[in-house]
Design a binder for this molecule. Structure first.
Ligand code: SF4
Ligand code: ZN
Length: 314
C-alpha cells in the first residue's frame, strides 16, 4: 500500500480513518495534530515559558521531541523539562536516564526534583511505612504516587518560573480518566478535565495535555520511527492500579471500535460546551498547612505527611 498523501512507502495505517502514511507524512501528521490541539484549546501563549513533565516513558519523550520542533516557530517562548524522581528502586533510575538524555539531546534546560527532597520520603518509603494494601494501607500505591507527583510537579513548575505545565497524557489516558470519573460519579472532577488551561487556584500553574487527541499506538510508532529510546519496564506498583481494569476495557473494546477513545474525549468536549457552571477557583480552598489548593481544609499531600508522621512516632 502506498502513502495516501505522496505515494511513498507506507509505514503506518491509521485504523480509524484508514489513512496510509510514509515516515515523513506520519511525523508531519503527529506534529500537526499536536499544533491543532494546542490552538483549539488555547493551550499556549507566544511568550510562554513552557514546562514539560518528563518521566522518560514513551509519551513524555515523544512530547518533548515534538514540542522542541513546534517551539522553534515561537522564538519568544522557552521550553524547560521537569523530571520527577518518585524513588522506586530498580525502576525509576532507567526512566530518569532517558528523560535526561533526551533533554540534553534536544538542548532543553532540565531540572530534577524528587519525592525524597520535597516530601521527605521516597514512594518506596511511603508504601513500606503505610504497610500492606487492604490490611494497613487503604489505597493502591498509584494513589499516593499521584498525590505527591501532582504536588511536586506543580512546585517544580513554580520554581522554574513556568507559565504552563504540559504533561504527556495521551488519548487513551484521557478517555480512561473520563470513564473513571463517571464510574465514581465524580462530576466535579469530570468537568475539571476541561482541556483549556485555567488558573483555578492562585497556587496552581495551569496545565495542558497536547497529546489528549493522540492515540497511544501512534506515540509508540513515533518513538520507533525516530529512534527515540524510552523506558518500557513497567512500574512494580502498576499491578495495584484500579485504572488497570478500565484501561483493559478501553483497549479491548477499541479493537472492534477504533473510534472509542475519540468518542469518549469528544463526548466530554460536547458536554463541557453545555455546562456553564464549571467549578473554578472559588471552589478550591487554601490548605491550612501549606497554602496550596485543596478541596478541603487539608490538602492530600499534607494529610499523607501527617499520617506518615503519626505512624513513624508509634
Ligand atoms: Fe507511580 Fe503507579 Fe505510575 Fe508506578 S505505576 S509510577 S506507582 S503512578
Ligand atoms: Zn497542604
Amino acid at each position: 500500500m502506498k502513502c495516501t498523501l505522496c505515494g511513498g512507502q507506507t509505514v503506518y495505517i491509521r485504523q480509524y480513518d484508514k489513512l496510509a502514511l510514509c515516515k515523513r507524512h506520519f511525523n508531519e501528521q503527529m506534529t500537526k495534530r499536536v499544533q491543532k490541539t494546542i490552538t483549539r484549546y488555547k493551550m499556549l501563549g507566544r511568550k510562554d515559558r513552557i514546562a514539560i513533565g518528563v518521566s522518560g516513558g514513551k509519551d513524555s519523550v515523544a512530547l518533548l521531541d515534538i514540542m522542541s520542533k513546534i517551539e522553534k516557530d515561537f522564538p519568544e517562548s522557552e521550553l524547560v523539562a521537569i523530571i520527577i524522581d518518585e524513588g522506586i528502586e530498580n525502576y525509576r533510575e532507567e526512566g530518569l536516564y532517558f528523560a535526561k538524555k533526551h533533554a540534553k539531546r534536544l538542548d532543553i534546560e532540565h531540572h530534577v526534583f524528587s519525592f525524597k527532597k520535597d516530601f521527605g520520603y521516597d514512594l518506596d518509603d511511603v508504601i513500606e511505612i503505610l504497610g500492606e494494601r487492604g490490611k494497613d494501607r487503604e489505597y493502591g500505591a498509584c494513589s499516593y504516587c499521584g498525590i505527591l507527583r501532582r504536588k511536586i510537579l506543580n512546585k517544580a513548575a513554580q520554581k522554574v518560573d513556568a507559565d504552563i505545565l504540559l504533561t504527556g497524557h495521551n488519548l487513551e489516558d484521557e478517555a480512561e480518566t473520563i470513564l473513571l470519573n463517571i464510574i465514581r460519579g465524580d462530576i466535579t472532577r469530570l468537568v475539571r478535565l476541561d482541556p483549556k488551561p485555567r488558573k483555578i487556584h492562585h497556587s496552581l500553574i495551569p496545565r495542558a495535555k497536547p497529546f489528549r487527541t493522540t492515540p497511544q499506538a501512534e506515540i509508540v510508532m513515533y518513538c520507533y520511527l525516530n529512534d527515540l529510546e524510552y523506558q518500557e519496564l513497567p512500574c512494580p506498583y502498576a499491578v495495584e492500579a484500579y485504572r488497570g481494569d478500565v484501561r483493559d476495557f478501553i483497549f479491548k473494546t477499541q479493537e472492534k471500535q477504533s473510534m472509542l477513545s475519540f468518542n469518549i474525549v469528544r463526548g466530554l468536549d460536547k458536554l463541557l460546551k453545555m455546562v456553564t457552571d464549571v467549578p473554578s477557583g472559588n471552589k478550591m480552598q487554601d490548605c491550612s498547612k501549606c497554602g496550596d489548593a485543596s478541596a478541603s481544609n487539608l490538602c492530600k499531600a499534607c494529610w499523607l505527611k501527617d499520617k506518615i508522621d503519626i505512624i513513624q512516632k508509634i
